[in-house]
Design a protein around this ligand. Structure first.
Ligand code: GDP
Ligand code: IMO
Ligand code: MG
Length: 441
């Protein structure tokens, strides 16, 4: 009963969508275990670009059951819109399963997120303004609405009648916003429930049955380790556990059921939103990374902040996720940079420091760099490690040494085929079918 976790090792947007897609021919279920429509996972399939926010990337493959686990927060409207948009492109969404225990992002969560960010402006977290934080706060406060509640019209009204006055008071008194009408909020939520009803189920049971039946379950993380509520750069984080451990609580599997954790990272660093970023580049090299890497947010369109590779948080990310291997994406983006820097340590207030550091300390961290030679060759057509320029091989090996686990897959372009398999018997065996089929086509 194999279960594989795909988890981001940095600040999100590492290319988890491509990684999941690459493995999809070998798996039966793809389960999103946390986050909501703050995520943006891009999959390039047969020349078509799909940008998925809430629905797991597995939806694109008819043999896969895509699942939203109980750790996800669901905005029912954006979910239905995303389903419709996929249907219009000929993708069957009837297989999608949504946990009855996942929490619902309500209109007052979105209003609160937006108003808080607008008020704080430059001091804000730079959230995606999708209501993620307030929805998870209600979950922890035990005042949340769950997806299963949408199916019980009367019970839902009773719950909303209890919750809404407090939320309205906050919206009105703290932010001067118009109050929400109980009838309208209830009618909208119940209507979404009716449309989602065929998809709502106990997904933990579904996942456990699949594992018991010998099916391969892939648990797809959103965001990344450095945005994890507990292990990231708090408070500049998202409100859920993006780390592999979150796959247990949010996906409905036990720790001993996971036998492979693929950490996904890119060959440099990016971050969207506020918060410390020691290796950030605000110069020509930063612009190279933005332009060559098309580093603009999938969800908000914001320009991503770019910087050098950073081994300090990576070592901790590999450990906390118990990553068994790494998929290193976007190596091609570095082509043309005369030299490359890799951050190997931090100095804070004149002292060597390791992860973790507080956000304040991280803000003051001075990166210690190792400099390596760059390369000019385009890597898009490279499919074997031995065909990479020697400087690129050295760079990959240096990252591998610092990470302490094998880099099993390397990506040199957004398309599936632009992949180098380094371990044909490990993760490579899961990816190999996809690659063989593509090259035969
Ligand atoms: P995710 O949130 O982790 O799924 O990552 P995103 O989809 O938000 O961002 C990664 C972006 O890089 C997407 O536009 C991918 O199509 C693209 N991408 C993935 N791998 C590569 C690669 O190796 N090279 C290049 N140039 N682009 C890539
Ligand atoms: P994927 O899955 C990159 C960031 C936001 C903000 C912080 C909190 O595509 O990698 P939130 O709306 O979650 O309360 O915002 O987290 N953030 C992401 N950054 N990729 C993502 O998802 C992100 N999801 C949230 O920019 O800094
Ligand atoms: Mg993304």
């Amino acid at each position: 009963m194999p279960a594989t976790v795909v988890v981001g090792l940095q600040w999100g947007d590492e290319g988890k969508g491509k990684t999941t897609d690459l493995l999809s021919d070998s798996v039966d279920l793809v389960v999103r275990y946390q986050g909501g429509d703050n995520a943006g996972h891009t999959v390039v399939l047969g020349g078509e670009v799909f940008k998925l926010h809430l629905i797991p990337s597995g939806i694109l493959h008819p043999h896969i059951t895509p699942v939203l686990g109980c750790g996800v927060v669901v905005n029912p409207k954006t979910l239905l819109d995303e389903m419709s948009a996929l249907q219009e492109r000929g993708i069957d969404t009837s297989r999608l399963r949504v946990s009855h225990a996942a929490h619902v992002i309500m209109p007052y969560h979105i209003a609160q997120d937006q108003a808080t960010e607008a008020r704080l402006d430059a001091e804000g977290l730079g959230t995606t303004r999708r209501g993620i934080g307030p929805a998870y706060a209600d979950r922890a406060w035990r005042t949340g609405i769950r997806v299963g509640d949408l199916l019980d019209r009367q019970g839902l009204r009773h719950k909303l009648a209890r919750i809404l006055p407090g939320r309205n008071a906050m919206l009105h008194e703290a932010f001067g916003l118009p109050v929400l009408d109980l009838d309208a909020v209830h009618a909208d939520a119940a209507a979404c429930g009716e449309r989602l009803a065929p998809h709502i189920t106990d997904t933990t049971g579904l996942v456990q049955d699949a594992l018991a039946g010998g099916q391969h379950v892939l648990l797809e993380g959103a965001q990344g380790t450095l945005l994890d509520l507990d292990h990231g750069t708090y408070p500049f984080v998202t409100s859920s556990n993006a780390v592999a451990g979150g796959a247990c609580t949010g996906g409905g599997v036990g720790p001993r059921q996971i036998d492979r954790v693929i950490g996904v990272m890119k060959a440099y660093s990016t971050r969207v939103g506020s918060g410390p970023f020691p290796t950030e580049l605000d110069d020509q090299t930063g612009r190279h990374l933005v332009e060559r890497g098309s580093e603009f947010g999938t969800t908000t369109g914001r320009r991503r902040r770019c910087g050098w590779f950073d081994a300090v948080p990576l070592r901790s990310a590999v450990a906390v996720n118990s990553a068994s291997s790494i998929m290193l994406n976007k190596l091609d983006v570095l082509s043309g940079l005369p030299e490359l820097r890799l951050c190997t340590g931090y100095r804070v207030d004149g002292r060597d420091r390791h992860w973790p550091l507080s956000a304040d300390e991280l803000q003051r961290a001075e990166p210690v760099y190792r400099t390596m030679a760059g390369w000019t060759e385009d890597l898009g057509a490279v499919r074997r490690m031995s065909d990479l320029p020697p400087a690129a091989v050295d760079y990959v090996r240096a990252i591998e040494d610092m990470a302490g686990v094998p880099i099993s897959l390397l990506s040199v372009g957004a398309e599936r085929t632009r992949t180098i398999v380094r371990d044909p018997l490990g993760d490579g065996a899961l990816a190999v079918r996809a690659l063989t089929e593509q090259s035969a086509a």
